[in-house]
Design a protein around this ligand. Structure first.
Ligand code: 6GU
Length: 225
């Protein structure tokens, strides 16, 4: 899979994809993450990428031209399955969205800023709009990082243990059960005996019960899905 990210803050991404699972996925060539500086696609002598809104009002609007140039350039080199705009008024990002995106070959993530982008970008260039939750971030960059992380870990071969993405919270609309490691007793606080029993079937049953209990307590609406 290839993920192209278009941003006015390319430096913000420098360290994020250099650790842990995302780093390993790139080293194994399971994903290629390419960051593009939108300013490089501005034809303006000051590398301008935003301008005043028609009709007046506060805040700047991201211009269509640099975005068009950048997307055209990428599309001349690769075929993209989705061109995604990160925006608080997009469709809510959920595990099923991550599952879907992880099945694609190439995607573009466009990070929004200022008061938004020229609506013609959304009408003519974008195929999908994603929000990562009902709160407002300063820009789409952190949202693009969230989406990238959630998607890349689902690509087959990225996680060491192929089954571990399936046991993630939300994969079956259940929260994950509690986990423990040594020591078996710390400060008088004990690990549940069943996890030390060696009975695989009973452990699996216990974990499933705990998942349901936890979901009922914390996220009851998930059980209705
Ligand atoms: Cl994708 N962008 C911004 N700016 N704010 C958000 C968001 C995205 N998702 C939730 N809040």
């Amino acid at each position: 899979m290839r993920i192209d990210i278009i941003t006015i803050f390319p430096e913000q991404f420098e360290s994020v994809f250099k650790y842990s699972i995302l780093k390993r996925a790139q080293q194994k060539n399971l994903v290629q993450i390419v960051i593009h500086n939108l300013r490089d696609y501005s034809t303006d002598k000051h590398k301008k990428v935003d301008d005043y809104p028609f009709g007046g009002g506060a805040g700047m609007v991201m211009m269509i031209e640099p975005i068009y140039n950048c997307i055209q350039h990428l599309q001349s080199q690769n075929r993209y399955d989705e061109v995604i705009f990160l925006t608080p008024d997009g469709e809510l990002f959920e595990q099923k969205t991550a599952n879907y995106l992880s099945t694609l070959n190439n995607i573009i993530l466009l990070c929004g800023h200022y008061k938004g982008v020229d609506e013609r970008v959304r009408e003519h260039l974008i195929t999908k709009e994603i929000s990562i939750g009902d709160y407002v971030l300063s820009g789409g960059e952190i949202a693009a990082m969230v989406v990238t992380d959630a998607v890349v870990r689902l690509i087959p071969g990225v996680l060491g243990d192929e089954t571990s993405a399936l046991s993630d919270s939300f994969q079956d609309n259940l929260l994950a059960p509690p986990v423990y490691t040594r020591p078996a007793v710390f400060n008088g606080w004990e690990v549940p005996a069943i996890l030390r029993s060696g009975n695989a079937q009973e452990i699996e049953n216990w974990r499933h019960e705990q998942s349901i209990k936890r979901t009922k307590e914390r996220r009851p609406e998930l059980l209705k899905k």
